[in-house]
Design a protein around this ligand. Sequence first.
Ligand SMILES: [Ca+2]
Ligand SMILES: [Ca+2]
Length: 401
Amino acid sequence: MQKQWMTMIATFSLLTCAVRAQQIVRVDAASSCTTGGACSGCGTTWATAYQDLKEAIDCAPAPAQVWVAAGTYSVMQTISLRDDVAVYGGFNKSETTASQSDSTANPTIVDGNGVTPCFRGVGNASSALLRGLKIRRGYADAWFEGRGLTLINSNATIVNCVFENNFTPVAGAAAVIDRWGAPALVNCVFRNNTHRYGPNGGLTLGEGNDILAAGAVFIGFGTTPTLTNCLFDGNHADEGGAVFVEENASPRFVNCTFVNNKATWVGGGAMSISWRAEIRNSIFWNNEAAGSGSQIFDLWGGPIVITHSDVQDGWIGQGNLATDPMFKDAVNGDYRIKATSPCKNSGTDAVLSVDVGNLDWDTDMTEILPRDLKMCARKNGPVDIGAYEFHPACTPGSGAN
Ligand SMILES: [Ca+2]
Ligand SMILES: [Ca+2]
């Protein structure tokens, strides 16, 4: 009897899957199609693509893939992430599958124009997804509100996205991850986000008045995010130039590179007041703080677990280095490593996570992480330290950052 039930359940599941095939909703800034909230008549072809990204996502019949053509999308009102709606940028309108999109060749920019937070996800299951977008100039002046992205109790997956020139007078210029949730951020770049300076670098709000933290990502209470193959470059805050980890947060950074971030007070690269932060296979180099912890400031002195990482000035932990990572061309922002880098083959394969972002677009999300931040193979021999694996000759793949 039990077996019959199992068969019936299996059959029903198959039917349900068949019925729930993902619809494709198209968006193109160059289109003029809008439904005025009726949600019919736009999006089924490129010729009738939605002009507005928010309308397309709000109207998408979940489960759906939202395909976004290259172009710039101004955000007039914050866009909510939705379960079972995957948003992909990088289309030139000739593609027949999402895997043909290329956010490097076809930049897809979501722009808050310095006045509006861009994305917000609340209570998402892991099926909410953003991939291949450049999220810039998001702004918010409230605590726990998004600039580029806010995730509240969200398990969303964010892949191949670039966050740049977002700003806030309070905390988390690029992203706020807060109040529970285990989101995954894979192959993302956080560049030139700041707590204080406007999109054009002008002084705006809050100097010396507030507790200003996390130039890039604020990791808040009860969250357990993983950040893999991410680059944090040139972000700025008072505490935690790139990242601030709040009490009772348990973030995990694997194969991330932190360079050129600055703190006016403490924690040039990162500051943590948590008991449970974890950093593996990562580089902290050339970050600055006017006070303590040019690379990392750990308030409690020891709870952060750092291993197999290259930290300028050193950090106690298994496999850690404190030697020049020998970037390929740091002056021009190329943080791949040279053949002679001490980071080559010095990471540990044991901490590599599974392919939650499905970087290689196959059907296997349980394999070990297959790509680095340039979309080259993540492993060339033992895994390297940092966001990029050393390859003598790998042409960066689609979506590379
Ligand atoms: Ca290697
Ligand atoms: Ca895969």
